[in-house]
Design a protein around this ligand. Structure first.
Ligand code: ADP
Ligand code: MG
Length: 242
């Protein structure tokens, strides 16, 4: 098995274990603003995904990602199955030449775009997009603009996702089941944003393990409120020529 294939299988197993441990918590979050199935949906899907990944014969990371995505699509159900699974299958094309910092950025961006496309959700709709967007933007900026090592970039992305999850609490749901509640969704943490954070935390832990490194301690420097503008936000616009 390629090194990145082995790492990918380890990552899927770590995510499956984490989601299983968080099953009741995710269900509890979904029972407040949804139909109390997010923990069960995700635990079922990721357990099947880990089995499918383990059964692959000598896979590379791309094959693992595609297999996991297809399994999530068929097993998770609900709104979140196609969002997590379909987007993963779609983004796996970016791993054609294996996992590098550059291909990981492309993978993350394509995944985010697909989630937004499929769900028609934007930042501020109280969905997984609120955790994913700042994570992906922070990851990209850390690698491409700040030239930080991939592990540090991922640690910053997790930190950004954490604040994205907190950002879902005071806002009103505009997509998914929670949106049926209208203003009553205010004050509740989004389950899909929360499971997205758990997945990212496990990816970080496995990446650190594979690199035989400690998880870097990162400063909370990224914006508190996620933004659509991404890496260009905050830069001074060039004055217009006249
Ligand atoms: P369902 O809502 O069908 O019961 P789940 O409970 O498994 O599915 O997942 C709910 C999560 O899915 C929400 O917390 C939210 O993060 C995410 N979600 C729902 N609809 C959308 C959407 N249109 N775009 C992005 N994410 C969404
Ligand atoms: Mg639900």
């Amino acid at each position: 098995m390629t090194d990145d294939g082995r790492a990918a299988v380890a990552a899927v197993e770590a995510v499956a274990n984490r989601i299983e441990r968080e099953r009741d918590y995710l269900t509890q979050l979904d029972s407040a603003i949804g139909d109390a199935d997010h923990g069960g949906n995700m635990a079922r899907g990721w357990a099947a995904a880990a089995d499918a990944a383990r059964d692959l014969d000598d896979p590379d990371a791309q094959t693992v990602a595609k297999t996991v995505g297809k399994t999530l699509m068929s097993k998770v159900g609900g709104a979140s199955g196609p969002l997590f699974g379909g987007s993963l299958v779609f983004a796996s094309v970016e791993l054609d030449d294996g996992v590098t910092a550059e291909s990981a950025v492309a993978f993350a961006e394509t995944y985010l775009e697909k989630v937004k496309d499929r769900g028609d959700a934007r930042v501020g709709d109280q969905t997984m997009v609120d955790a994913l967007t700042p994570a992906v933007h922070t990851f990209k900026k850390s690698i491409e603009t700040d030239s930080r090592p991939a592990l540090e970039a991922l640690a910053k992305a997790v930190d950004a996702a954490e604040r994205g999850v907190a950002f879902t609490v005071p806002i009103r749901a505009r997509k998914g089941r929670a949106s049926y509640l209208g203003w009553r969704s205010v004050g509740h943490q989004d389950p899909g944003a929360t499971s997205t954070l758990f997945i990212l935390e496990e990816l970080l832990a496995v990446a650190a393990d594979q690199l035989d490194s400690e998880v870097p301690d990162v400063d909370a420097t990224s914006p508190t409120i996620p933004d659509e503008a991404g890496t260009d936000e905050g830069t001074t616009p060039e004055p217009e020529e006249d």
